[in-house]
Design a protein around this ligand. Structure first.
Ligand code: ADP
Ligand code: ZN
Ligand code: MG
Length: 479
């Protein structure tokens, strides 16, 4: 048997924290990063006798997510108890949904590995509460529980096992993240755990039934997910080739070692002893309620893309890049409107901003400067106050320590030199110091002009107005 005869099969269960202001069954705040146990009450601490009340916004957000992923919405839904013990779960059960999730049978379109459009089916989306968090030795005294996260609303989006490579898994997750951000139901901050995936992996030979899967829980980095899938695919193929079978189990991915380790055997649904939550009423939705949410869905990336191409004259590739992130798309629209120069904003986003994001390995959402800052930067170039090379330095500053571009250039003394006599002086000096280039130019080597302008830029630390420099060099060289 060859390795190539095998195919990897992947199914993803994504948990996204909803960006409601309050928790799912009480009015405690959902805010991230507060001091431990400061956003808690009898309900989310599970004190005896405390009763949950469902936050209506949670239903609305889940329906939004369902509509945006082409699901049908269940009009007769309910909550169920999922029973298990863990120290971060004070009730010893999680209120979730079992056989009547809010959304069913949707799909997301992604590009497959041959560049064709492919549908990844979504089995279901259900609502549930998050658990608390254990801090192990963080305060030097064993394990302490922080219940701030207990009761933060989640949606779980379960895909069918339709994904066939780590690259497809990556595209699926990025697309899903972008959809949830576009409909504004989750901020999907992976570093804060508000977008995390359980990754199910199996291998089989094409045409044969699906193999036994293993599951890696709670992964929150695209890079680790790709690496983990690749590792797990190879490990499973090796096991099968040795004549062993795959055990259905939960694994832990170790990012430093680059390996998976066995954690525990997989629980089956019956281990959780699901039953309907007796403390909550059923969730009944009217056609009108669902249609009102559908009508109010925000503009999605495809529609924004068409608008950028048809109304703003962007290329297809540029529009696609920008709309792949709601944050960048919003930045583009706001900065374009303020500066009046959409084309320039597009170029900055797709070249220098994209490059810096890449170098720093950060998400667009982590950009701290405002659309106004970017628009101001472009205005300063357009009105000749700074050159493009200075503007790049201002952009670096905006990433490091955002403030008004005017302030940055004043503070750094980066204002462009457009004073004719000052420029003339530099030109004369450069000409004197570069006899050879002058001869070259006169002998027909046009490139020498570029060199001379470069030298003048160097002497003025990039501050000379490039247009004026060019003109003045030409004038002098013609003499
Ligand atoms: P559980 O909650 O027990 O993990 P679910 O039915 O909620 O079970 O989720 C199963 C997940 O595993 C789904 O995302 C599904 O696509 C995926 N899956 C099912 N069978 C396979 C398989 N043979 N290979 C890879 N993934 C699979
Ligand atoms: Zn509470
Ligand atoms: Mg699972």
């Amino acid at each position: 048997m060859e390795k190539d005869d095998y195919e990897v099969v992947i199914g993803l269960e994504v948990h996204a924290e909803l960006s409601t202001k309050t928790k799912i069954f009480c009015s405690c705040k959902t805010e991230f990063g507060a001091d431990p146990n400061t956003h808690i009450c009898p309900v989310c601490m599970a004190l005896p006798g405390a009763l949950p009340v469902l936050n209506e916004k949670v239903v609305e957000y889940a329906v939004k997510a369902g509509l945006a992923t082409n699901c049908s919405i269940e009009k007769n839904s309910k909550n169920d108890r999922k029973n298990y013990f863990y120290p971060d779960l004070p009730k010893s059960y999680q209120i979730s949904q079992y056989d009547k999730p809010l959304c069913n049978n949707g799909y997301i379109e992604i590009e497959d590995d041959n560049g064709n459009t492919k549908k990844v089916r979504i089995l279901r989306i259900h609502i549930e509460e998050d658990a608390g968090k254990l801090n192990h030795n963080e305060f030097g005294v064993g394990s302490l529980v922080d219940l701030n996260r207990s009761g933060v609303p989640l949606i779980e989006i379960v895909s069918e096992p339709d994904i066939r490579s780590e690259a497809e898994a990556d595209r699926y997750l990025k697309k899903l993240k972008s959809i949830l951000q576009y409909v504004e139901v989750s901020d999907c901050k992976m570093q804060e755990g508000s977008f995390r995936a359980d990754v199910n992996v199996s291998v089989h030979k094409k045409g044969e039934p699906l193999g036994t899967r293993t599951e890696m829980k709670n992964m929150n980095s695209f890079k680790s997910i790709s690496r983990a899938i690749e590792y797990e695919k190879n490990r499973q193929i090796e096991e099968l080739e040795k004549g062993n079978s795959i055990i259905q189990e939960t694994l832990r991915w170790d990012d430093l070692e680059g390996k998976t380790f066995s954690m525990r055997n997989k629980e089956e649904a019956e281990d959780y002893r699901y039953f309907p939550e007796p403390d909550l009423v059923a969730i009944k939705l009217s056609e009108e309620y669902i249609e009102n949410i559908r009508k109010d869905l925000p503009e999605m990336p495809e529609s924004r893309r068409d608008r950028y191409i048809n109304k703003l004259g962007l290329s297809e590739k540029d529009s696609k890049n920008i709309t792949s992130s709601k944050f960048l798309s919003d930045l583009f629209e706001k900065a374009g409107e303020i500066s009046g120069n959409y084309k320039a904003v597009c170029n900055w986003i797709n070249s220098d901003i994209a490059r810096i994001l890449n170098e720093k390995e950060i998400d667009p959402e982590q950009i701290k400067f405002s659309a106004e800052n970017l628009a101001d930067l472009i205005k300063l170039i357009d009105n000749g106050t700074i050159s493009t090379s200075i503007a790049k330095k201002v952009l670096d500053e905006l990433f490091e320590n955002p403030r008004k571009p005017e302030e940055i250039i004043k503070e750094k003394g980066w204002i462009q030199i457009s004073d004719e006599s000052q420029i003339k002086e530099v030109v004369k000096k450069v000409l004197e110091e570069n006899e050879q280039s002058v001869q070259d130019y006169k002998a027909g080597k046009d490139r020498a002009l570029g060199y001379l302008v470069g030298q003048a830029m160097k002497q003025t630390k990039g501050k000379a107005n490039p247009k004026m420099l060019n003109e003045m060099f030409l004038e002098e060289l013609k003499k």
